[in-house]
Every structure is written in C-alpha cells, then in structure tokens.
Design a protein around this ligand. Structure first.
Ligand code: ADP
Ligand code: MG
Length: 694
C-alpha cells in the first residue's frame, strides 16, 4: 500500500555547483580539500577579523556550511586563543562527542589531546587540549570552579537558536563576565601605552536560523555575520490526508522511495528513540522481503543516548548497491550534518520537555511528543538539498503545515528551573534577578524556590545552605544529590550510589518490548523487591556484579563482555544501561571522596538496608511522594495531582499507604514511574516538613 503525496513546487533556492572531490591520494588530503570547499572557507579571513575586532560576534549560517567544525580551527590558527582554550558548546552530548572526533580527525590529532570533549560523566580532554566541545550544561557546571571562565579565551555558543535553558544561562553569565574580563584597567601606570585587559574573552554565538537579531541586541548590538549556504532545490510533498500512525507512514514512504527513486540516502525524522527502534525493526523485517536482485537497505539510528561507537556509523557511506536509511531525532536538524542524504521523510513530530502545572508544589516535567515548528520543518527539508537537488516527504498535510507555530518557546519559559537556580546560587547570583534574553515566569521561579527549600538547599530567607552547596557539587539532579548526601546520615551510601547511577544512565534498565512482555516479566521476578522499584534496581546491580566477578575464573579476570551481554539478554535487562551505570558510579565515588564521603558505607543486613535506603531517597524525592486515597489512586503530598502507579512498576496494582516515585509521565493519565512503598512517617521525617505549618 503506497502513500499519497501532493507535490509542492520546490522552495526557491540558490543553485551552486557541487564541490568536486578532488584527485587526492590519501583520505586526509581529500578531507583537507573538502574543508577548503566548505562555504565558510571563503569567509575565513573576514570572520577572523571581525572576531578580533569585537568582543561578541554573531555568526549565522546554513546547516553544513562548516560553522562548528571550522570556526574553532580558524580561531586556533589565528592565534586568538593563545592564552586559553576554545570552548564550543552543544545542546546535546552526542553532538559534542561526534563533532570532537571529527575535528580531531581534521587536525590529525588524537581525540583528547589538541581537541577534546567534556560531557556529563565523560571527560576526554587533557592539559594539551585547546579546542573543547562541551555540552552547555557542562559549561554551566564548570562555572562553579571557574566563575569567570578564565581558562577560556574564546567561548563559542553553538546552536544558540535552540535556546536551551543552559544556553540562556550561559548567555546571561557571559554578559557579566565580558564586562569584568574585558574592562580596560583604569588604574596603574603606562600612560601613552595602550592599557589592555589581562585576559580578555571573545564570545562567538552561532546559529543556523536567521533570527539572530535577538542575540545581537542582547549583547549591545553585536555584529552579525552571515555565511552563504550551499543549498540545492528541494521538492516538497505533503500527504493528502493526515497520518496518525507516522511510524507506519514513514515505513511505507521509505519503500516507496526505495522502489521508485534514484539512488541517494534517506533521512527520517522521528520524535524519539522508541519510534526509531520500532521503525528500525520493521524496516529490517521488510527489507528481507525485497527481491534478491534489488538494492538492499542499511538502517542507521541516531538519537541522544546512542553509544559513541554507533554514532560514527552514520558518517560511513553505505556499501555499493545499498541505500542508507538514517533514523534520527531532531539532532539531525542542525547539530549533525550527514553526507549523502537526498531524501528526507519528516514525521512532523518531536519530543519536547515541558513542565506542566508550573505552580508551587504541583506540576512535573514531561517529555511529550508534539508537532514541530515551521522553523524545524524548514531545517528538516533543507537536509535533503545539501549535495544535490532532493525531495522532502512531509507526513502531514499542507494545511497542517500552515497551522504549525513559527518557532519554539525557549526552555526557560517551559522547563523546571530547579537545577539552574541552585547552580546560580552557588555563583552568588539569584536567577530571579538576572537579566536573561527572555525572563522566566513567576510560577517557574516560585516552583524552583519551593523545591530547593524542600530539599534543604535554601533556607527560609532564600539563602544557600551548606547542604545546598554540597548538593550542587555532584553532577546529578538536585533531588538525587540530596539522596546521596542523606545516605551518609543513614549509612547506606554504597546502596544509594548504585541506585542513583542506574537512574542517571541514559537508557532504561528493564528491557520490555511488546512481543516479549511475558517472558520479561518472568525474568524480572527474581530481582523483585517487595518494597518496589528502587530496591529492585539494587538487586539487579548486585546480580550483575556477581556475574561480573564470578565468570572471571581463577586468574581473577573480569567476565567477558559476551558473557555479561548474554546474561543481560537472558534477564531482559539492558547491558548498555548497566555498563553506563557502573561508569557513572565510579565517577560518583570520586566525587564522594572529594567530599570526604565514605562511599563504601553499607548497611549489611537487608531489613536495615530497606529502611535506610528508602529514608535517604525520601529526602531527595520529597516532592515526589503521594498518599493512597480511598479510590485506590494516589494524591501528591505536596501538590495536587492524582496519580496512578505505572503498569511497568513492580508495585503496579498494589495498594500501599504511601509511595515515592522517580518521575511522573503523562499519557492518557498521570502515572508515577520508578515507585517504592514507604511508611507514611518517613515523609514527616524530612526536616523542613516537620517545621512546616508549625
Ligand atoms: P555547520 O556547523 O555549519 O552545520 P559543520 O561544521 O557541522 O557545519 O559541518 C561541515 C561539514 O563537515 C559538513 O559537510 C559535514 O558533512 C562534515 N562533517 C561533519 N562531521 C562529520 C563527520 N563526523 N564525518 C564526516 N563528515 C563530517
Ligand atoms: Mg553546527
């Protein structure tokens, strides 16, 4: 069954000749040739001159024009960063790591030497590093040890158009830092001679969309530079009817293109990992049914939590006679440019983080699938015309497109401000008094103040407490750092670290696909702890560690990767999650050591353990607590939402007096996920709640 599309005339674009590959011998020579052919190469000298002349420069250029990979190298070569490093921020870690690899390759250096990256729980840089790719969150974190960013000579805020909360925080901070670091000293001798600041800072703001005026005016009308992109015409097709099942529609469109259209890779935009995995499976299944002599299909997923080893896969050209189908989230919109794409399939959907019901106490963070914006739709379309004329198949109608909002609301207006507020407090700044590009609303501020107060990070005069400072030290959500710190009091740091590490990993622990639900449930039974999901997680980590130790044999070597993987498959738990969790735990142990916390502290007996672990968790998850109501549902203790226990929880269908949970997810109703049963009095034990109302 094929899908019906209505054609629309191609978006008018400038035509340009394709870059010739060049008759070079080696791969390196070809790559250097390719660098020279990038649109940005023409503007190189002019751009460097502008950066030299101005404190802040805004650079706008079409995706793929070479901003992210080239500008840091140009700056390095120009000597502008003689006294410090160049930071390049990215909203997503997968972009930070893969771009660092690329630039290391281009500079013919080992990743981690001249070019490195630093993302949460993974730092691949050294004292030789001059160009460092960082997530915006990581750079905010670095501020705590280096409030004026003195180790950097140049800070490049990339993908600024995405307006993540961390990017907005950085921009606000940079404004103050520039004033300090670039002020011309007024005191001292040296008349006649030009007085210069000691360690001046350059800021470059890069964006793929044209709305750069906002950035410019925020920085006192900073200079805006435009790089001419290389864009070929793209024919746009809309479906004639709405497609509620966009995964199925995407599947049919892939095969329609594959059978009807000339060679060229296909890039499919989907909202998230689950849809990507589901389409990947179907594609592989149907690809097997293709006629023997027909060209094959090679699928390449790309999403935020994809392991680094698989990331590079997307840049490897498909073997001859194969068509590559890349299944990506909006990461492929502007952050990562994938060569070879001629066809784009746009589901019209993305995932958006949003705090719903932002009022005090109530509300929760959600990650909901929603319609994209017009700006995203154009970015997605553009990906088909990078190397030659292409086509974009939109899985929505033309009317639906017209109804899309122009651009997304900045995160500062829709996400929880708790973590950022705490970090800023540590820098002596009040988020509510700072000048942002767009100010957060009162509700969001009130919610964050309340949360930090309940965690004991702020006192009743909104002053940062010693506990708050220690919480901010850990690279964790404030709620989880609070639980770790509480575990010291209850003597169960070892247990809590194991649980927190799994909760901080980027993939889920339990594997549970629709076709294996029964066997998965059965396999999980042996890990199940009567109190619920948190101690169940602990049981899994322990069982995994036992395998890790036991399989080693007499020479004390650790179990083979294959054996561990096999154990995970048999038990329907994610090997990826567990390996990542153990790495995270190793790092958290180091953080503990630096705070003189004994991470080996453990309860010993199982009864004491349950109590201690749950008490520690309640300190952190104090806002995530609910009491049983007569109707069998649960009502938040702080806040007003009525929640049900998620069907995936080990406590599903159980009625217990009170629960704590990791998060709320909203589908048809509000579900609590990651749930444990607790005695009601644990909640009253939280120090601040004891005083509340008295
Ligand atoms: P921009 O930041 O302007 O969107 P980039 O600097 O990211 O552009 O990309 C410039 C070029 O480098 C693109 O043509 C892209 O295909 C190529 N490129 C980037 N990363 C890689 C990689 N890991 N492997 C191969 N090519 C890459
Ligand atoms: Mg870029």
């Amino acid at each position: 069954k094929s899908l019906k599309f209505d054609a629309q005339s191609p978006r008018p674009t400038k035509k340009q000749k394709m870059a010739g590959a060049g008759p070079s011998g080696s791969k390196q020579a070809a790559m250097q040739e390719q660098r020279k052919q990038l649109p940005i190469a023409l503007g190189r000298d002019a751009i460097i001159q502008e950066i030299k002349d101005n404190d802040v420069t805004v650079l706008v250029g079409e995706t793929g024009s070479g901003k992210t990979t080239q500008i840091p190298q140009y700056i390095l070569e120009s000597g502008l960063a003689r006294n410090g490093m160049i930071a390049v921020t990215q909203p997503r870690r997968v972009a930070a790591t893969s771009l660092a690899s690329r630039v290391a390759l281009e500079t013919q250096s080992q990743l981690g030497s001249l070019v490195g990256y630093s993302v949460r729980f993974s730092d691949v840089s050294s004292d030789k590093t001059k160009i460092k790719f960082v997530t915006d969150g990581m750079l905010v974190r670095e501020l705590m040890g280096d409030p004026e960013m003195e180790r950097y000579s140049v800070v490049i805020i990339d993908e600024a158009h995405e307006r993540t909360l961390r990017t907005d925080v950085l921009l606000a901070r940079l404004k103050g830092i520039l004033k300090k670091r670039n002020a011309v000293p007024t005191e001292g001798k040296g008349k006649g001679k030009e007085r210069a600041p000691k360690n001046p800072l350059k800021v470059v703001i890069m964006s793929a969309t044209l709305d750069a005026d906002k950035f410019s005016s925020f920085f006192g009308n900073a200079k805006i530079l435009y790089v001419q992109g290389r864009q070929h015409p793209v024919a746009i097709y809309h479906t004639s009817t709405p497609q509620p099942d966009y995964v199925d529609a995407a599947l049919r469109t892939v095969f329609q293109i594959h059978t009807d259209q000339p060679t060229g890779d296909i890039l499919v935009f989907l909202p998230g990992q689950e849809d990507i995995e589901s389409l990947d499976k179907s594609l592989q299944l149907y690809a097997k049914r293709l006629p023997q002599d027909a060209p094959g299909i090679l699928t390449c997923p790309l999403y935020a939590s994809l392991p680094a080893s698989q990331q590079q896969q997307i840049f490897v050209p498909a073997p001859k006679g194969m068509r590559k189908v890349i299944l990506a989230t909006n990461i492929a919109e502007t952050s990562v440019t994938i060569p070879g794409v001629r066809y784009v399939i746009d589901s019209g959907k993305c995932k958006e983080k949003r705090w719903v019901g932002r009022g005090v106490g109530g509300g929760f963070d959600t990650l909901l699938t929603r319609d994209i914006t017009k700006s995203s739709a154009w970015q997605r379309t553009g990906r088909a015309g990078r190397e030659a004329a292409g086509s974009c198949f939109r899985l929505y109608t033309e009317d639906a497109f017209s109804a899309l909002p122009l651009s997304a609301e900045p995160e500062i207006r829709r996400c929880s401000l708790v973590a950022s507020m705490l970090q800023l407090k540590c820098l002596g700044q009040d988020l509510e008094e700072m000048e942002f590009m767009e100010s957060p609303d009162q509700e969001g501020i009130a919610q964050a103040l309340m949360a930090l107060y309940l965690l004991g990070a702020l006192d009743d005069r909104k002053h940062l407490t010693d506990l708050g400072r220690r919480m901010a030290f850990f690279p964790l959500e404030p709620a989880l750092s609070r639980a770790v710190l509480a575990s010291v009091e209850f003597g169960c740091t070892s247990e809590v670290l194991a649980i927190v590490s799994v909760l901080s990993a980027s993939s889920k622990l339990f594997v549970d696909t629709t076709d294996s639900r029964e066997s998965a449930r059965e396999a999980h039974t042996k890990f199940r702890h009567i109190s619920g999901d948190h101690l169940t997680v602990l049981n899994v980590v322990r069982a995994y560690e036992e395998v890790l130790q036991a399989e080693g044999g007499a020479d004390g070597r650790k179990a083979s990767r294959a054996a561990l993987k096999d154990w995970c498959v048999r038990n329907y738990v994610s090997h990826r999650c567990l390996t990542e969790a153990l790495e995270i735990r190793a790092q958290l142990r180091e953080y503990c050591e630096r705070q003189a916390i004994d991470w080996r502290a453990s309860c010993g007996d199982r009864v004491g353990e349950e109590q201690a672990v749950l008490r520690s968790l309640v300190r952190g998850l104090v806002q995530n607590t609910a009491f049983l109501q007569p109707d069998g549902r649960y009502k938040q203790v702080i806040g007003h939402s009525i929640v049900k226990i998620h069907p995936g929880s080990s406590l599903c269908d159980k009625k217990v007096p009170a629960i704590i949970y990791d998060e709320l997810v909203y589908t048809t109703q509000i579900y609590a996920r990651g749930v444990s049963a607790i005695p009601r009095n644990y909640i009253a034990e939280v120090p601040l709640l004891k005083h509340k109302g008295s």
